[in-house]
Structures are given as structure tokens and as C-alpha cells.
Design a protein around this ligand. Structure first.
Ligand code: 4NP
Length: 156
């Protein structure tokens, strides 16, 4: 299975989601390929934001080697699940996917157990506490997604 996480810049939320979910997948021995991308081209080639790197490092997840890239039409073909951080990302991805691949595109927090929020808020213009909150949301959704993937892999 191939899973893609998508946000706006690919330097805060989606690289954190990629790192957190990869750690969960490794812990459970899931055979998945994981990547992330942004809907914009604003931070192509850049490493994750220092605040995102620091928040992830705080739970033992190293995302410093990741680099920003922009999502492409090919990503819609190449991935089985394409997970948006917020509704703006979701709308962008649905347009890119077209009817053929629309069923692969979902909000990442659809997999969360705490359903108070259904979007991962953009932490870029805030402080460290925003990144800590994003990390909490991502860790919860990563566990739910891992349960989902386990079920799908067992059935395949
Ligand atoms: P991300 O956060 O979408 O979680 O990577 C952002 C990063 C950069 C900008 C906005 C959001 N920006 O305006 O440059």
C-alpha cells in the first residue's frame, strides 16, 4: 500500500504526519510506502520547518531528512490513499484526482478517535504550542490509520 500525506507547504503538517505514521507502521511491521507533498510550490526543496522538526524530535521522530515537494497528478495514480490535512487541501486534491481517483482522497482526521476537530490546523503562523497540538492530532489519527491499513492488508 502507498500512502501520501498532503498539506499546503509540505514543511509543517504533512512531513510531521509522514514521520509519525512511518514510526507507527515500523512499530507494527506494516508493509507500506509513505510520502508527503504540498498543494503549493512555495517550499519545494526545503527541509521541514524547525518547529515541526523539534516537535517530532520530542517524540523520537526524525524528519530532518525530508524535503518539500509539490503534489502532482501522477501522485493520484501512484497512491492508494491520499490524506489531506484540511478541507482546502481536500478540495485541491479532489480536483487533481478527478472522478477516477476521488475515492482515494480523504481527510486524515477521518481516522482519528477524538473527533472534536476534523481538520489539522495550519500551525505556520503560530507558536510551539500549535505544533504540539498538531502532533497530538497526528499521533491519534496515525493509530487509527494503522488499524485501517492492518485490516486492508489482512483482507488483500
Ligand atoms: P503546512 O504549513 O501546510 O503545514 O506545511 C504551512 C507552511 C508554509 C506556509 C503556510 C502553511 N506558507 O504560507 O508559506
Amino acid at each position: 500500500m502507498r500512502i501520501l500525506f498532503v498539506c499546503l507547504g509540505n514543511i509543517c503538517r504533512s512531513p510531521m504526519a509522514e514521520g509519525v505514521f512511518r514510526a507507527e507502521a515500523v512499530r507494527r511491521g506494516l508493509e507500506v510506502e509513505i510520502d508527503s507533498a504540498g498543494t503549493s510550490d512555495w517550499h519545494v526543496g526545503e527541509p521541514p520547518d524547525p518547529r515541526a522538526r523539534e516537535a517530532a524530535a520530542g517524540i523520537g521522530v526524525d524528519i530532518s531528512g525530508l524535503r518539500g515537494r509539490q503534489v502532482t497528478r501522477w501522485d493520484m495514480e501512484a497512491h492508494d490513499l491520499i490524506l489531506a490535512m484540511d478541507r482546502d487541501n481536500l478540495e485541491h486534491l479532489k480536483r487533481l484526482a478527478g472522478p477516477e481517483h476521488a475515492d482515494k482522497v480523504r481527510l486524515f482526521l477521518d481516522f482519528a478517535s477524538h473527533r472534536v476537530e476534523d481538520e489539522v490546523p495550519d500551525p505556520y503562523y503560530g507558536g510551539a504550542e500549535g505544533f504540539a497540538h498538531v502532533l497530538d492530532l497526528l499521533r491519534d489519527a496515525a493509530r487509527g490509520l494503522a488499524d485501517h491499513v492492518e485490516g486492508r492488508l489482512r483482507r488483500s
